[in-house]
Design a protein around this ligand. Sequence first.
Ligand SMILES: [Zn+2]
Length: 595
Amino acid sequence: MALIPDSFLTELQYRADAESIIRSYVQLKRSGRTLKGLCPFHGERTPSFFVYPETQSFYCFGCGAGGGVINFIQRIENLGFVEAVNFLAQRVGLPMPEETDDTAGRLRLRILEANREAARHFFKNLSGEGGHQALDYLRSRGLMAGTIRRFGLGYAPESWQGLTDHLKHRGFTEDELVAAGLTARGESGRCYDVFRGRVMFPIIDLRGAVVAFGGRLMGEAKGPKYLNTNDTPAFKKSRNLYALNMAKSHKGDQLILAEGYMDVIALHQAGFGNAVATLGTALTPEQARLISQYAAEVVIAYDADTAGRRATRRAADLFDQIGLRVRVLELEGAKDPDDYIKKRGKERFAQLLSGSQSATEYEIARLREQHDLNSGEGKISFVQAFCQLMATLRSPVETDVYVSMIAGELGIAKEAILASIADIKSRKQREQAKKIDRDLHIFAEETPSRREDPKRAIHRRAAVAEDRLIRLMMKNPDYAERVAEQMSAHEAVTELNGRIFKAVFDKIAAGETLHMASLSASLDQAATRHLSWLLATGDGVAEGLTEALDYVNTIKAERARAERDPTESDSKELQDYIDTLKKIKRQSGGNQYGK
Ligand SMILES: [Zn+2]
């Protein structure tokens, strides 16, 4: 099992999409974020077989079959794990790794080498014959020669073969160049350059490797204004940020999130070396977490137009979810940071940065715009929205400041507003409690693990905390690292979860990625089924690092309790559990999940 390199399984996971593979065996109907159909592994008339594209897993609530796409093939084609990997690899046209060599790893390396050479080539073009138009553009945007060099900007001429030919002379194969996203293959099979007639922005990762490119259209050439490298084996757009390689060494604990490459470069040139940008897409949760690893506070400096405001709100929400302090820049009288600095100077921009609104102030200002504070009705709906916002704040001091401000301004008693906030908060807490009740309910009904892991029945609270923690880590692999620092796998109380923790922590320690394909390679069948059940049953509530660490504490406490007194302390819990089971059996007229 372990003979298949992790990098290969990652590549396979990426290419062999669970939805399309399973679709070729089972008729699936989409419902929200999941797909369902009739289980191919047991006879049924109403569908209880679910596929989860997000986690690339499947689970049948009827018979308890579950796993990743490799496990699906194993079961439906009746193959061993390695045979199933082979089968899938063939199906998606991925050559199997030969003996010991790490094909995917080698390809990644070749892509990085090709990118480096391409960046050199683009940079050289800038001072070459065809480059003056691009150079003029960069100068017209106020960039100095040193800045252009530092960011390695370049030019891709309007030629179809220039780069491809150059790199082929340097020993790269067409397949490598296509994999790198530098070259495309036409229908006739002929290869041509992807970037043509563009100013080129190399994207450099934290290790200093050129992983991708952004290209801005020049002159008369056709195509989208900005073109970015698609995901390749060496690059994932959603996990990288432009200029983070430079911004990470900036002193201070603040990062500026700007909208595009040019904004970032202009900010760096003006002395704000802590600016970064996403790569032509909206901010992703992965990028938000990446930023939180390098800063305690982020300042959003998006364009001052409608799209920019919408993107600002979305980004502020994402940062808020992971507990990062957010400020929002109001660029009065300018369309973007670059424009602002040009019009008012960098000193004013620095002032703006230090005095920028907190995300809460920004939200309050937006609420003001949305409600007519001159009418009674408008006031009421404003206060309601304001209370909702206040209920999400963690700091009582911060809450008090804003409540006092709004109470004074609208002439409403502060106590009334505080009472309303307390109301919303306690409603939220009740929902939280319900969430746990529901867990215990599902827990009592669950099929596979009840039989295979008797400890789950004895240590229910530990099992629920472990279940929730595993789900959380699968959704946020970067939290898994923090969790691994706090606990070890043998601290898990129940058996199946213990095995899953071990597999997860081993992957983390080896610097490998967490996904169904690689985990199922190191888990036995029972644990794989349990994992897919976990992924199938979460309540979809987004939980953060705080919750993760809380679960760790619960597990440790339950472990200590179990060790102190393995039988007696849990006997009441066990009785409760048996009672719940009986009740469910009675309600459903028999055990519908039994085989
Ligand atoms: Zn089934």
